[in-house]
Write a protein that binds this ligand. Sequence first.
Ligand code: GLU
Length: 419
Amino acid sequence: MDKAYDPFENVVGVMEKAMEVGHINKQMFEIIKNPQRETKVYLPVEMDDGSVKVFEGWRVQHSNIRGPFKGGIRYHPDTNLSEVKALATWMSLKCAVANIPYGGAKGGIRVDVNTLSKRELKALTRRYTFAIAPIIGADVDIPAPDVNTNSQTMAWVLDTYSQLQGKPCPGVVTGKPVELGGSRGRNSATGRGVVLSTKFMLEEEGMKLDDVSVVIQGMGNVGSNAARIFFHRGAKVIAVSDISGGIFKAGGLDINEISDFLAGGNHLLKDYNVPGVKHITNEELLLLNCDVLVPAALEDTITAEVAKKIQCRYIVEAANGPTTAEADVILEQRRIPVLPDIFANSGGVIVSYFEWVQNIQELTWNREQVNEMLEKLMIRSYQELRDIREECHCSWRMAAYISALRKLIYAEEIKGIFP
Ligand code: GLU
């Protein structure tokens, strides 16, 4: 059994190890180790039945040393401060790996979205935006979607903030609808980045996407877009799962058909019944024999127990923090390479950056431009990680953390401490 998983403790532990492996001067690490600001808010909402409920929420601003705070807002019944702190820290590291001029932040509300009506969800989102309005802004802190939030949520955040400012403020959020200043390609960007990073790694090993079988855990925005793009690029997606369980077909699933099925109402995979497709549990899915396993759900999925039994050749982390530190050690011993979250899922925040650049310059780019620039930035960071792996003889995760920490620590050093 892994000891009780604490996401923030986990990320600090990995950073400490990377400081050693990368021979980084530790003087400024105390600053990077802790978030700059943690804001807790209580959010009253008048429910449809006339009762009043108060929800807990957070916005953790980890670092703005490399640029404005940046990161999504998560709605989940298990969200807590430690998780939001870890997610904010990963954002600072992710933006540094991607070489985009942002720091890191994350927001969260402890809520089960399935228990709210659309009106209640809108009221909660507006109240949360009102509560954090004094600490966000296009040049201060820019929220975006995360687990259980989407472009509709961002439209409400944008409108509430703009009403408070008395003017349209499109640059205050990214991941908004294209009609409100969102970027083409943002919705699928995280999934696209996952496929691109897999492609870079396979190419180095002399393989192509159409040589491999892929298993995807989680069919939210990231998992479903990754599944679709893997499928269109010729990979054999043999299993996918959602909260209701998984489906498996050794010869490869028809992802187009599954996407249509899921989009057509409140469908869950447990209701997808097609000859030749077998229903499996989420646990069985993680242990399938495959080339590439893509955890695309939540943290703490690949535990030590799972890592001992896993049968894939590579792991590509589409979720934030799916692998525990204990599991990482086992995977390294078993020589199963892991492309870490802060690189593999950076496509989302990279296209968020493009969206923000378009907003502040009042430009609109086409999808091809966006996708081309995404690939360019991701290749550049992939090459940086490869160089660090050679220099430090370390895992992909260590290389990504070293790459990020060197940039963050250098920025702290050159700026010095205020006052
Ligand atoms: N929530 C996404 C992430 O974890 C995107 C954040 C953003 O675009 O700011 O990377």
